[in-house]
Each structure stands twice: as C-alpha cells, then as structure tokens.
Design a protein around this ligand. Structure first.
Ligand SMILES: [Fe+2]
Ligand SMILES: [Fe+2]
Length: 325
C-alpha cells in the first residue's frame, strides 16, 4: 500500500452536527463514582433481608459484566466502522465512561458487601448461564467485522434493553426511599446509556437508510429474531434473579417496554404491546428523573452539571416498606 496522507481531526469543519452535539452532551454530563457518598446508604442496606440483599448484589454483578463488555469490546468494535473522525472521538468518550460504569459497581460492592460476598458475586457473574449467554451473543457480533450494522444493533440492544433487568432494582428502591445514593449512581449510568443508545441508533439509521429494500427487510427480520432470542434468555434470567422476591412479572414488563425503546432508537416499530403505563409507576418515576433530557438533540446544553448531583434524602420521597411488593 502506498502511503496515503494521515489526516488530522478538524473540529471547525463538522460534517455531522450530531457528532458535535453528542460530544458536548457527553462531556457536559461527565461524572465519577467517587463523588457519590454511597456509605450514606448503609443504614438502609441493613434493613434489607438476605434475599433482597442477594438481588441487589447480583444484578450489579450482571451489570458489571455488561459494562465490561462495552468498555473492552463494544466501542472498539464500533470504532472500526465510523463515518467521521468526530464519531471516533465520541466513541472514545463512550468507551471511557463504560469503564467508569463498570468501576462504579465495585465502589458499591466495597461499601455494602463483605470481601467474601464480593468474591461470590464475581464468581457468579463470570459463570452464570443466562448472563454468559447474552454476553457471548453480543461479543460474537462485536467481533464479526463482516456485519457492521449487526454490531450497532447489538450495541443498542445492550444499551437500551439488556441493562434494564438490572436497573429495575435500584429504581425500585429509589421509589421506596431506599438506597438513594446507589440509585444516584445508577441514574447517572442510565443517563449516559440513554445518550449512547440514541447516538449509536442514529448512526445505524444513517447506514440502514442507504441499503436497498431487500437488504433492509433481511436485516429487520434478523433484528426482530435476535431481540426475541435475547428476550427469551432475559425471561429465564429474570426468573433466576427475581423469583425469590416476587418481582419477576414487573421486571419483565419493564424490560419489554425497554426492548421497544431499543427498536425505536434503531428507527423500527415496537415488538411488544407494553407501554410506559404498564410499568410500575414507582420505577417509571425513578427513570423519568434521569432521562428528562432524553430528547437530547434538541436540548444540548440543558443537562445538569456534575455539581448538581446531590445525595438524596428522606424528604425526597414517600417512605414505604422496601420489602413490600
Ligand atoms: Fe455503561
Ligand atoms: Fe453505554
């Protein structure tokens, strides 16, 4: 290969304004787990029984695995198919934040769990069948360079669908005025994932719209089948995790609702009949505070700044028994 010129990134010549808007949004909402006073939740933590503590620890184990996948493989995979240099810069930001997300769960563990419990949680997430299933499905697509659009679908399904079986728990406790600082971390993660899913979905749509009708139909069929496969696995995962506390049905409604959102990010029609009205309102309430800027393309600059992230207190929510369904 003859030496072609290596070109510098020029931020004064932007071919896709969404790249610049997303960069600004993501850098503005930058945060670190070390800023959140998790130990303020210890008193709440001690009120939970062993089954509920198990659920909290293990859903975070599952989320750690998925954020590890995003930071180690996901963004590197997407970076091979960028349309602009600015997209590479945005993906670099996302990759680092995925590492922050993965690390945050360890900060939570080190505050709430004993060393033995932490070891057991990681042992579990590194071997649990349904968790490993979804991780392998996504991993294999990330490493299939022949199908750049399938990589993007995998990424959006992870960001906007697969995380939510885990997010349910902290949002549930937030709505019951428990573990508010843990929930604050999750809300910051959720706010990032919301931008990631929208941005990567947008880049997917640009490429999808360039395909011929037959190719589009083929990819759509594949996408819906893939989502349905992931959902079947997710059903088993939610039984495994949530049956002991009786939340399985509610979690499944929540993840069907988010599966539809993932399809929406990809510019596709919903698969499931579930809407926001079907989701436990306490959980929806938690989610709405973190995704108030969901329509971020039209609201760049309006996100709240790091300094505005504050510890929650009792006055913020009605007190309810967290063990009550
Ligand atoms: Fe993440
Ligand atoms: Fe993400």
């Amino acid at each position: 290969m003859s030496e072609s010129n290596y070109e510098a990134i020029n931020w004064n010549e932007i071919s896709d304004q969404i790249d610049k808007a997303t960069w600004e949004k993501l850098t503005e909402q930058f945060w670190l787990d070390t800023r959140i006073p998790i130990s303020n939740d210890l008193a709440d933590w001690r009120t939970l029984d062993d089954d509920h503590k198990w659920v909290v620890g293990h859903v975070f184990g599952g989320l750690t695995l998925l954020d590890t996948l995003q930071s180690q493989d996901g963004m590197a995979a997407l970076r091979r198919d960028v349309r602009t240099k600015h997209e590479t810069a945005v993906l670099n930001n996302i990759q680092f934040m995925e590492s922050v997300h993965a690390k945050s769960y360890s900060s939570i563990f080190s505050t709430l769990n004993t060393p033995d419990e932490i070891e057991e949680i990681f042992q579990w997430s590194d071997t649990e069948e349904f968790l490993q299933n979804k991780t392998h499905r996504i991993y294999n697509l990330y490493h299939d360079d022949a199908n750049p659009l399938k990589k993007k679908i995998a990424s959006v399904f992870l960001e906007t669908f697969l995380f939510y079986s885990g997010f349910f728990t902290p949002l549930y406790y937030l709505g019951h005025n428990k573990l508010a600082n843990v929930a604050e971390i999750i809300k910051l993660i959720l706010r990032d994932e919301s931008v990631h899913g929208t941005y990567i979905g947008y880049k997917f749509q640009l490429a999808f719209n360039e395909l011929g009708e037959n190719e589009q139909q083929e990819l759509k069929d594949w996408m819906y089948n893939f989502l349905y496969d992931l959902y079947n696995n997710e059903e088993k995962y939610t039984h495994l995790v949530y049956d002991q506390v009786g939340w399985t049905d509610e979690v499944q409604t929540f993840i069907r609702y988010n599966a539809n959102k993932a399809l929406m990010n990809l510019g596709q029609d919903p698969l499931f009949p579930d809407t926001a009205e079907d989701v436990n309102p306490i959980v929806m309430n938690g989610i709405s505070t973190s995704t108030a800027n969901h329509d971020f393309f039209s609201q760049v600059g309006n996100g709240y700044l790091l300094g505005n992230v504050e510890a929650m207190n009792d006055a913020d929510y009605d007190v309810k028994d967290p063990n009550e369904k």
